[in-house]
Design a protein around this ligand. Structure first.
Ligand SMILES: Cc1cc2nc3c(=O)[nH]c(=O)nc-3n(C[C@H](O)[C@H](O)[C@H](O)COP(=O)(O)OP(=O)(O)OC[C@H]3O[C@@H](n4cnc5c(N)ncnc54)[C@H](O)[C@@H]3O)c2cc1C
Length: 273
């Protein structure tokens, strides 16, 4: 039997979730409600939150703050978030984007998680609230590692450093069906340049591991270098380091490994132009 609790405040929801480890917060419900409707989720507590704080956005300053309940459609409606539009537009069709939240995307199982992949390349922080205390910002990479170990706190917001030059941020999703295809893989790259050399490269992959992951071998190959042919070759060489793709209905793990270096090289060649 499913019990649905509606909470007017984030604190009330956090209290329920920390008192009942099986309770699930419902974001847009694109995944949770599918599980309910298809009979995979039949027992437990679903928590809905009507607190407007969950959909608030603070878009001034160097670090943007987006409520976890912000949907992909809300992201697309804000010109200040243009650097994230490619990732938001890559998610499902218009009906899904109207419901799908950025908080829910953090928990979406592989091969989902395209928006999270973009946030990972931007060094985003996840504000996690447990119990009645104030939320605690956690680096997204750390949050994803904890998620893989099974931990699931309530996410109230995401803090996203704004790229100084949005043209240094790149996102590419590879899918077989266009539009609306699910990812074979996705790649996000933040490649700030200082004096023609890459400084603090961040590369993230979606669908190449159980959660979105940083491509640290590629980051090392790019760091402090000009984006010339030798650097691109070294980056391609390091493309598969740390990847753990799975086989699913979209692609085999073998195929994902085969095509990743090709698409990474194309993205980096585009960034070098
Ligand atoms: C037809 C279709 C196409 C899709 N295409 C894509 C796609 O192309 N790319 C992609 O990445 N995804 C895709 N998805 C998956 C999904 O829609 C998105 O990942 C979406 O962002 C999930 O967000 P949601 O708010 O709907 O999550 P929900 O279904 O509400 O929740 C998903 C999980 O996250 C947890 N959760 C949600 N919000 C919070 C929070 N604030 N704090 C703690 N836990 C939370 C829930 O408890 C649940 O475990 C698709 C889904 C469908 C049905």
């Amino acid at each position: 039997m499913l019990d649905v609790r509606t909470c007017a405040s984030l604190a009330e929801a956090a209290g329920i979730l920390s008192g009942d480890r099986q309770a699930l917060l419902v974001g847009g419900g694109t995944l949770v409600m599918r599980d309910v409707n298809e009979g995979r989720l039949t027992d437990g507590t679903l928590v809905r939150v009507t607190d407007p704080a969950l959909t608030q956005m603070s878009l001034s300053g160097a670090r943007l703050e987006l409520g976890a309940g912000v949907t992909m459609a809300m992201v697309l409606a804000r010109p200040e978030l243009a650097f994230l539009h490619g990732a938001a537009r890559a998610i499902g069709g218009p009906a899904v984007r109207n419901m799908a939240t950025i908080g829910g995307n953090l928990f979406a199982p592989m091969p989902y998680g395209d928006f999270t992949t973009a946030l990972l390349a931007l060094d985003a922080l996840v504000v996690v609230q447990s119990g009645y205390g104030a939320g605690r910002p956690v680096p997204l990479e750390e949050f994803l590692a904890a998620r893989e170990r099974g931990s699931q706190g309530m996410v109230t917001a995401l803090q996203v450093p704004r790229p100084q030059n949005p043209q240094h941020f790149h996102f590419r999703k590879i899918s077989r069906v266009k539009p609306k295809g699910i990812a074979v893989l996705s790649i996000a790259a933040h490649l700030p340049l200082a004096g023609g050399r890459v400084a603090q490269a961040r590369i993230a992959y979606g669908a190449m591991a159980p959660t979105p992951m940083r491509a640290k071998g590629v980051e090392r190959a790019l760091e402090g270098r000009a984006l010339d042919a030798a650097t691109l070759a070294a980056a391609r060489q390091a493309a598969l380091e740390g990847t753990r793709p799975e086989t699913d209905a979209i692609a085999s793990a073998w195929y994902r490994r085969e095509v990743l270096p090709v698409h990474l090289a194309r993205l980096l060649a585009g960034a070098a132009r």
